[in-house]
Design a protein around this ligand. Structure first.
Ligand SMILES: *Cc1c(COP(=O)(O)O)cnc(C)c1O
Length: 456
């Protein structure tokens, strides 16, 4: 039996012996040993050696409210004592499940008044696939089955999630994607835009969707799915022209539009949902992560009234999870969203801390390694490149990002690297002083990386 008195070395050995980590090279981690995280408060976490780290990634893009909010643990304890579980299958509900559904209909854009619950972003994207298939079957257009997504998109790690996603390194380990999942170019102006202005390139990238629909035949295409800003793919912020054009094309060919709001939702971009920041109106939205600020697993699909109207004629929907609408998860999510709303946290990202954060990041534009700084609200990336003049990246993509990420980890700042882009998405409650600390440490680690490479 383990106890709190175990040393870090003992924890590392137990972990090595018994714990398989996600997206991790088992042998490599075993050699190195895990870092044991023990405590969190606000934007900080501590490890078992007593080191204090500033968390520039909100855990895994999820701890929007920051760590240690006692209101959330109180709600969980109270709900567990009162009713730890009941299902929503047997024509039953629990008060928290229904109350959260009502609250979600208030904070989501007009026309979204119904939620289907899951426990993870991946599960909710699976639900989207099942719901959309039912929709077209009910409409008498059963041939509309294919989903179109983007290269380098992340939609989760289940079979449907990984198929919707455009991650080559995941597909390679399957036979993936499954049949019926197609991909188009991602709207990454910096590397793909050539001599075009960002706005001109945004239209070009969007029209790849039209090309794909025409290639497959509109009668076969069920839906297009995208993250408003691609998160795990490297915080790819599309040009402003992109999403309105995508919407125009979807409507023209009667293709449903799905916004994967798992990262962008709940204030990350300065609006409640990313689609509001980019001016489009999806038919379905998936949400997870910030929905509970990561305090407990929960996810949902918000379904627009125009889709619900059709589904009402479709009989039983043979899909669901034991924990769909779990009373403890929904109670915690309700408390989280109430705090986000009542403390004006989303508004603050839009008008105050978001602009401050993005403004300070602009200082990195002159750094010898940084080719582009991009972001919105409290999500951003710095693209590290070999040649700023020609927008040319490093030959072996990911090597420099890893060097920088390791400097960060050793210097107690959490930044994630995707390829050679350094990513930041701090808790939405971060203060200006804490942003300053984040920037100072990021600067130091970028300088260390530049020196390693002989750029400084
Ligand atoms: C994290 C993520 C998912 C998957 O969520 P899980 O809870 O890990 O299953 C889906 N979509 C996006 C955009 C994500 O960032």
């Amino acid at each position: 039996m383990s106890n709190a008195l175990n040393s870090t070395l003992e924890w590392q050995q137990e972990d090595r012996d018994h714990h398989l980590h996600p997206f991790t090279d088992i042998a490599q981690l075993s050699k190195k040993g895990v870092r044991v995280i023990t405590r969190g408060e606000g934007v900080y976490i501590w490890d078992s050696e007593g080191e204090k780290l500033i968390d520039g990634m909100s855990g895994l893009w999820c701890v929007n409210l920051g760590y240690g909010r006692k209101e959330l643990s109180d709600v969980a304890a109270k709900q567990m004592n009162e009713l730890a579980f009941y299902n929503t299958f047997f024509q039953t509900t629990t008060m928290p499940a229904t109350a959260l559904a009502t609250l979600l209909s208030e904070v989501t854009p007009a026309g979204f008044n119904n939620v289907f619950y899951g426990n993870s972003g991946s599960e909710s994207n699976d639900t989207v696939v099942r719901l959309v298939w039912r929709y077209w079957d009910t409409k008498g257009q059963p041939s509309k089955k294919t989903f179109i997504a983007r290269n380098n998109a992340y939609h989760g790690s289940t079979l449907a999630g990984a198929s919707l996603g455009g991650m080559g390194y995941m597909h390679k380990q399957g036979p993936l994607p499954l049949a019926g999942f197609e991909h188009i170019e991602q709207p990454h102006w910096y590397f793909n835009g050539g001599d075009l202005s960002p706005d001109a390139y945004g239209l070009v990238a969007a029209r790849k969707l039209e090309d794909k629909i025409l290639e497959l035949g509109a009668d076969n295409v069920a839906a297009f799915i995208g993250e408003p800003i691609q998160g795990a793919g490297g915080v790819i912020v599309p040009p402003d022209t992109y999403w309105p054009e995508i919407q125009r094309i979807c409507r023209k060919y009667d293709v449903l539009l799905v916004s994967d709001e798992v990262i962008c939702g709940f204030g990350r971009t300065g609006e409640w949902f990313g689609c509001q920041s980019f001016g489009f109106e999806p038919d379905l939205m998936t949400m997870a992560k910030g929905m509970s600020s990561g305090y407990i697993p929960i996810s949902g699909v918000m379904v627009h009234d125009r889709i619900v109207e059709v589904l009402k004629d479709s009989g039983d929907f043979n899909h669901g999870y034991t924990y769909s609408g779990h009373p403890v998860s929904t109670a915690v999510a309700h408390a989280n969203i109430t705090i986000l709303r009542d403390e004006g946290i989303v508004e603050r990202v839009k008008t105050d801390i978001g602009p401050y954060f993005q403004g300070r990041l602009q200082e990195f534009v002159d750094h010898p390694l940084v080719g582009q700084v991009r972001g919105r609200g409290l999500i951003a990336a710095m693209e590290l490149v070999k040649d700023k003049e020609t927008r040319k990246g490093f030959e072996k993509v990911g090597e420099v990002g890893m060097i920088c990420r390791n400097h960060c980890f050793e210097n107690n700042i959490i930044m994630r690297a995707t390829g050679d882009a350094m990513l930041l998405a701090p808790p939405l409650v971060i203060t200006k002083t804490e942003v300053d600390e984040l920037m100072e440490k990021a600067h130091m680690c970028l300088d260390m990386t530049a020196k390693d490479l002989g750029f400084m």
